[in-house]
Design a protein around this ligand. Structure first.
Ligand code: CUA
Length: 425
C-alpha cells in the first residue's frame, strides 16, 4: 500500500472513531458520567476533566518526544556508533522532579475535591435514608414520615443529604449524572449529599456487586420543583387508596362490600371517572393520561425511563383474566403478601421486609426498576417473581408454577391482586 493510499483510509477512519467517541459523551445519554447536574457532580467532573486533559498533555509530550528521537537518531547507513555513557545527573534530577510536580498538580485538586465531597451537608438539607436490600432500594424521608421504594423524588435547588445503610450485604448508591458512588455498609452509616440543578428523570444503580440480581437493582430519581415535591410528599403521606383510616380489620375477608370497594372505584385514573374498577388487562397502569397522582409528569418521562427487560418465555398469563381491584384488595388482606409488605391504611399489611406498597400504583417501575409498572408485568411478577428476577426473595404465587415453594393463586386471583396494586396510585 502506498503512503497516499494509506492516508486516504486513515483520515476518514480517524474521523469516524472521533465521531463515535464523541457521541458516547453527549448529554442525552442517560447513564453518562459527563455532564453533571449537581454541585457534587461538578466538583468530580472538574477533577476528572483536569486529570484527563493533564494526562493527554503528558501523553502527547512524552510520545511526541519519543517519536522525534526515534526518527532523528535512527540507525542510518554510515552512522558512527552511539556514544556509550553511564548516567546523566541533570537528566536524572529532571525526570524525578517533573513527575513530582505533575503529581502535585494531581494531588492538590484531588484532595480539595475529597474534602468538599466528604464534608457534612448543610443543616437544613432534605434528609433521605437510603437502605439497600437484595435487590431493591428503600427510601425514607424522616422529616416527612414518607417511606417509598425504588423511586426517589428530590426538589431542585435544595440539598439532599443521604444516610446510607444496608439490611444485608454491600451495595453502592449511584446516580451517574448527579453524584459519585458511595457504598452502603452494614453497621455503619455513610453519607453523601448533593443539590440537583434541574428538573428531570434520572437513572440510579447499585454499583457494588451484591449477589445474583446485582445488575437488577436499579432505581429512578425524579427531580421536581419544590411545589411539585410538596405535592408529592402530601400525596405519599396519605393512606392507600381504598383504605379507611379507622378500618375495622375483620369485616372484609368474607366478601360483602368491604370499605375498600367504594374508594377503589373512585380511583380508576386510567378509566372514565367512577365508571369501572377493573382496569383492562392490556392497559398499562401508567399512561400519559394519568394526571391524578402527584408524580413526575408522565408526558415528560423520557423514553428510556421505562425498562424494556424481556420476560421469561416460559412464563405465561391467561390474557382473558380481567382483574377486579376490590376482589384483589380482599385477597391481599389475607394473603402472605402482608407478612413482608406494608400498605399504609391496611391494618393487616405491616410487613417491613419488602417494599412499602402504599402508593405502588404511582411508580413507573416494579421489581427494583427491572420492569415497567403495568398490568402484564405486575401479574407475571406475582405469578413467579424468582423467574422474573433471579434470586428474588419474593416467592412465586402462581398455581402450578415450579419453584422452591408451591404457588396457589389462579391467574384470575393474580389479575385481581394486580388490579388492586395498580389502583394504589
Ligand atoms: Cu446492590 Cu449491587
Amino acid at each position: 500500500m502506498t503512503r497516499d493510499l494509506r492516508m486516504r483510509w486513515l483520515t476518514p477512519a480517524l474521523a469516524l472513531l472521533l465521531a463515535v467517541s464523541l457521541s458516547a459523551c453527549n448529554h442525552f445519554t442517560p447513564n453518562t458520567i459527563f455532564g453533571a447536574h449537581s454541585e457534587f457532580g461538578h466538583s468530580v467532573d472538574l477533577l476528572t476533566r483536569r486529570l484527563l486533559y493533564l494526562g493527554i498533555l503528558v501523553f502527547i509530550l512524552v510520545e511526541g518526544l519519543l517519536v522525534v528521537i526515534l526518527m532523528k537518531f535512527r540507525d542510518r547507513e554510515g552512522n558512527r556508533e552511539a556514544q556509550q555513557i553511564h548516567g546523566n545527573t541533570t537528566l536524572e534530577v529532571g525526570w524525578t522532579l517533573v513527575p513530582a510536580v505533575i503529581l502535585a498538580f494531581i494531588a492538590v485538586p484531588t484532595i480539595k475535591t475529597i474534602f468538599e465531597t466528604q464534608s457534612k451537608a448543610m443543616p437544613n438539607a432534605l434528609q433521605v435514608e437510603v437502605i439497600g436490600h437484595q435487590w431493591w432500594w428503600e427510601f425514607r424521608y424522616p422529616q416527612y414520615g414518607v417511606i417509598t421504594a425504588n423511586e426517589l423524588y428530590l426538589p431542585v435547588g435544595r440539598t439532599a443529604n443521604f444516610a446510607l445503610t444496608t439490611k444485608d450485604v454491600l451495595h453502592s448508591f449511584w446516580i451517574p449524572q448527579l453524584n459519585g458512588k458511595r457504598d452502603l455498609i452494614s453497621n455503619h452509616t455513610n453519607y453523601i449529599w448533593f443539590t440537583p440543578d434541574s428538573s428531570f428523570a434520572w437513572n440510579g444503580f447499585c454499583a457494588e456487586f451484591c449477589g445474583t440480581s446485582h445488575a437488577n437493582m436499579r432505581f429512578k430519581v425524579f427531580t421536581v420543583t419544590p411545589a411539585e415535591f410538596d405535592a408529592w410528599v402530601a400525596h405519599q403521606k396519605t393512606n392507600a387508596v381504598g383504605s379507611t383510616p379507622p378500618a375495622p380489620p375483620a369485616d372484609s375477608a368474607k366478601g360483602g362490600t368491604p370499605p375498600v370497594t367504594k374508594v377503589a372505584t373512585s380511583v380508576g385514573t386510567t378509566t372514565p371517572a367512577g365508571a369501572n374498577p377493573k382496569p383492562p388487562v392490556a392497559t398499562p397502569v401508567m399512561n400519559v393520561s394519568d394526571t391524578a397522582s402527584a408524580t413526575y409528569p408522565r408526558s415528560k418521562l423520557p423514553e428510556w425511563v421505562i425498562p424494556k427487560t424481556p420476560t421469561p418465555v416460559a412464563l405465561t398469563f391467561d390474557a382473558s383474566a380481567s382483574g377486579d381491584a376490590a376482589r384483589g384488595a380482599a385477597i391481599f388482606r389475607a394473603a402472605p403478601c402482608i407478612a413482608c409488605h406494608t400498605i399504609r391504611g391496611v391494618p393487616t399489611a405491616q410487613g417491613i421486609l419488602a417494599p412499602n406498597l402504599t402508593h405502588v400504583g404511582s411508580r413507573t417501575t416494579i421489581a427494583g426498576g427491572l420492569y415497567p409498572n403495568d398490568m402484564k408485568h405486575l401479574e407475571l411478577w406475582i405469578k413467579n417473581a424468582p423467574a422474573m428476577k433471579p434470586g428474588s426473595l419474593m416467592p412465586l404465587f402462581g398455581k402450578n408454577e415450579k419453584g422452591d415453594t408451591p404457588g396457589f393463586y389462579t391467574d384470575q386471583q393474580i389479575a385481581d391482586l394486580a388490579a388492586y396494586l395498580s389502583s394504589l396510585k
